[in-house]
Ligand binder design. Structure first.
Ligand code: NAD
Length: 700
């Protein structure tokens, strides 16, 4: 068996190779191997050491599978210390992804040489953690406080080029990274490297540093939106200025250990694995994806425009079809404007915008879609219109073309039946704004062919979307669950809570936006119209009387300047809308409701458990494959706090038994008609099992 860490002498320089495919993660045998090979290098009489990774990556990070199990020595910080204490100067050759523990190893070295395109970062906060092997201590000893805080608390990597600019690395390699690293090592063999041991550097807490730190901390807290790791990590960076290295390192380690067993990190690790699971095709699906070279998009409205942008960004030529030239003008102008916004910030050049626009062909004739391999429909949300469109597509689309609908709610089996090739039809449900939101619900209709499903998964990957597979059912996964969530929010208003209180309770919980702010953003007329189109029960109608009255009085949300809130025409800042208050009070009194004080806990419980309950129904019915897929949907499509791990995971954190019991109570109470308790949730609660256990039993 080849060793995962080995030494190769190159003249006076010992190259210690780390070889742990695919990404050279710091598994236990790698940590052990590094210490051993430092000894080998000494024994071989080397004058300097180059630490390098095989396969174009230095060390991508810790071995995430080891998180949560008892640490096995040598622990990573001990390896970093050992490298730093080495009597021979050590040069880290940074290539590819050098993240987390990988960067901490590099910080233990005395010199760092990097390829310009390497990615250096400390992404631990994305898993609810902090760099636990000296990263919060060595980074501020090498770069400015601001840069250290950004690296540690944002989790965002920098390129090799940027790393040299901020002082995180010493120099850039040319075309021959290993040769350059060895040459660098030969240059420094005779130089003393005592002063390059970062742990030996002392940092002084000046009033200016303290001031900068406080200003940065404000920003970090507001960006964290309830996530604790970035704030705690920043505190550790502060320790670098107030404590001796050893003491601060111990503190960093203790803090890491507390975070790693906490709910937030568990929730974020759950998301990490959930995201890797959701793109996997179901076990009964086999075959290979169809080739997609050109994409057709029908409708250049809100969604069609965003969808077309997504494909163009990934390099696909796109044909856009609209009903009129004017609609095409409008749609394309909006896309151009969206791209052009990035010119100012330097994200894109004017040529880049022109090049993207050049990938779009426009048409009002279906015949021009005949050469498209994938056609996505994003026209009005009406069954009659969708049927007409699919009938026309059936007549002109080439054999083997995948025909997708972006419908939000409609029955895709019915749409597919309009064609002579229902096996080529499926749902590709994007979220607004489609060029930005990562989620893609792929809806597998009853007759969708395996290779059609695989094609959708393949293009999701190419266009950098997070796919989740759903089955046909009103609103699929995400929108279906939104109904009971919004139902509870609106009921709570009738019972006495204000929209402001509800939104605040839920943003405090971690949601990006509260339900009423979101409704105002989407436009209250959308829900109004959809309620008019449905046959709602009297119970259901009552819940939305206030929302309907707002629309009838011209309060459509942000677009009309007021909805549940009023909006400043210049800044769009939200404030209380007194007219909405009046309408709500009138409705309460007409319905004879005795309002009561409602606690934030009740708001959170009723709305969040409504989501989890509907999610469990979605699972029972097989509309979603896994509870973790539902969590992905809510994180990537609806602004659910990542550190809670998603609505299903949150219910597990509270305890499924408790959640099921509370739902049963509500179902027996006065608002009982609005609850349909899930049997699955109840059973899991009673048997003490998790959603994961259930899925294992089902063989998912
Ligand atoms: P929109 O009104 O902004 O755009 C629809 C466009 O389709 C219009 O430009 C219209 O001219 C065009 N159109 C209508 N009939 C057509 C036809 N027969 N042939 C060609 N073009 C036609 O609507 P939207 O918000 O983009 O929604 C489009 C679809 O996407 C709907 O099915 C909707 O449910 C779904 N969707 C919307 C959102 C959202 O947040 N807006 C999110 C997910 C899915």
């Amino acid at each position: 068996m080849t060793k995962s860490v080995s030494t190769e002498m190159q003249g006076d320089v010992a190259v210690i190779w780390i070889d742990n495919p695919p990404v050279n993660a710091l598994s236990h045998h790698v940590r052990e191997g590094i210490g051993r090979e430092l000894g080998t290098a000494r024994d071989e009489g080397a004058k300097a050491i180059v630490l390098a990774g095989r396969g174009g990556t230095f060390i991508a990070g810790a071995d995430i599978r080891e998180f949560g199990s008892p640490p096995k020595r040598p622990i990573l910080y001990e390896v970093c210390d050992e490298i730093e204490a080495c009597a021979l100067p050590v040069v880290a050759l940074i290539e590819g992804n050098t993240l987390g523990g990988g960067l901490e190893i590099a910080l233990g070295a005395h010199y760092r040489i990097t390829t310009p395109g390497a990615k250096l970062g400390l992404p631990e906060v994305n898993l609810g953690l902090l760099p636990g092997a000296g990263g919060t201590q060595r980074t501020p000893r090498l770069v400015s406080l601001e840069d250290a805080l950004t690296l540690v608390t944002s989790g965002r990597p920098v390129s090799g080029k940027q790393a040299v600019a901020v002082g995180l690395a010493d120099r850039l390699t040319g075309d021959a990274p290993l040769k350059d690293a060895i040459a660098f090592a030969n240059e420094i063999t005779a130089l003393p490297h005592d002063a390059l041991r970062l742990s030996k550097r002392t940092l002084e807490l000046t009033p200016q540093i303290e001031e900068k730190f406080e200003a940065a901390m404000q920003l970090i807290k507001s960006k964290a939106k309830g996530a604790i790791a970035p704030v705690i990590a920043a505190g550790c960076v502060h320790n670098a200025f107030t404590m001796p290295f050893e003491e601060a390192l111990t503190k960093e380690r203790e803090t890491f250990m507390e975070l790693v067993v906490g709910d937030q990190s568990r929730g974020m690790r759950h998301m990490f694995f959930a995201e890797r699971q959701s793109p996997k095709p179901p076990a009964d699906v086999s075959g290979t994806p169809r080739d997609v070279k050109r994409v057709g998009v029908l409708g250049a409205g809100t969604m069609g425009g965003g969808i077309a942008m997504t494909y163009v960004e990934a390099g696909y030529p796109v044909t856009m079809l609209e009903m009129t030239e004017e609609a095409l003008d409008r749609g394309l102008a909006k896309m151009e404007k969206n791209w052009a916004r990035g010119i100012k910030s330097g994200r894109i050049t004017a040529e880049g915008v022109a090049q993207r626009m050049g990938l779009i062909s426009r048409t009002t004739s279906y015949d021009d879609l005949a050469d498209c391999d994938l056609i996505i429909e994003a026209v009005f949300e009406t069954m009659a219109v969708k049927k007409e469109v699919f009938g026309k597509l059936d007549a002109i689309a080439k054999q083997g073309a995948v025909l997708a609908t972006n419908t939000s709610y409609l029955d895709i089996n019915e749409i597919a039946a309009q064609t002579s090739r229902p096996e080529d039809v499926l749902g590709m449900h994007y979220f607004s704004p489609a060029n930005i939101m990562p989620l893609l619900e792929i809806v597998r209709a009853d007759k969708t062919a395996d290779d059609v499903l695989l094609t959708a998964l393949a293009v999701a990957k190419k266009t950098r979307k997070t796919p989740v597979i759903a089955r046909v059912g009103h609103g699929f996964i995400g929108n279906r669950m939104l109904t009971p969530y919004l139902r509870q929010a609106n009921l709570l208003v009738l019972e006495g809570a204000s929209p402001e209180q509800i939104d605040k309770a839920l943003t405090d919980f971690g949601w990006a936006m509260g339900p009423f702010a979101v409704s105002d953003l989407a436009g209250l007329d959308i829900g109004y119209k959809s309620r008019q189109d449905q046959e709602l029960s009297e119970h259901e109608k009552r819940i939305y009387i206030a929302a309907d009255r707002l629309v009838e009085a011209g309060h459509l949300g942000q677009k009309s300047g007021s909805g549940f809130y009023s909006y400043d025409p210049q800044t769009r800042a939200r404030s209380v809308n007194p007219q909405a208050q009046t309408i709500i009070e009138q409705v309460r009194s007409e319905l004879g409701i005795n309002t009561r004080e409602i606690s934030d806990e009740e708001i959170v419980a009723r709305t969040q458990f409504a989501l989890a309950n509907e999610g469990a129904l979605v699972l029972e019915e097989g509309v979603a494959q896994r509870a973790s897929d539902i969590d992905v949907v809510y994180n990537h499509g609806y602004g659910y706090p990542r550190w809670r791990g998603g609505p299903m995971r949150y219910a597990e954190t509270v305890g499924l038994k408790k959640v099921a019991a509370m739902i049963a109570d509500w179902a027996d109470g006065s608002g009982g008609v609005h609850w349909q308790p899930s049997e699955l949730l109840k059973e899991l609660g009673e048997s003490g099992k998790s959603f994961g256990d259930h899925e294992k039993e089902q063989g998912a």
